[in-house]
Design a protein. Structure first.
Length: 66
């Protein structure tokens, strides 16, 4: 099982948490659903990731839900 840890600045600011808190309920639920999937399943299906353009293999988590 994995653990997702949001980045926190040395001064205690949590920009990812702040971003999630600013989203609408539906969008936030989708993101939390995918993060829970990443934490709980051994092999996350590739359909939940998208390669960022012009990156060196950096992936972003998609918001696709069943």
């Amino acid at each position: 099982m994995r653990e997702i840890i949001f980045y926190t600045t040395p001064t205690g600011n949590a920009p990812v948490q702040k971003f999630l808190d600013s989203l609408s309920g539906k969008v936030s639920q989708k993101i939390v659903w995918v993060l829970n999937l990443i934490e709980s399943v051994p092999m996350v299906p590739q359909e939940y990731f998208k390669k960022l353009k012009n990156s060196d293999g950096i992936l972003e988590v998609s918001q696709k839900t069943p």
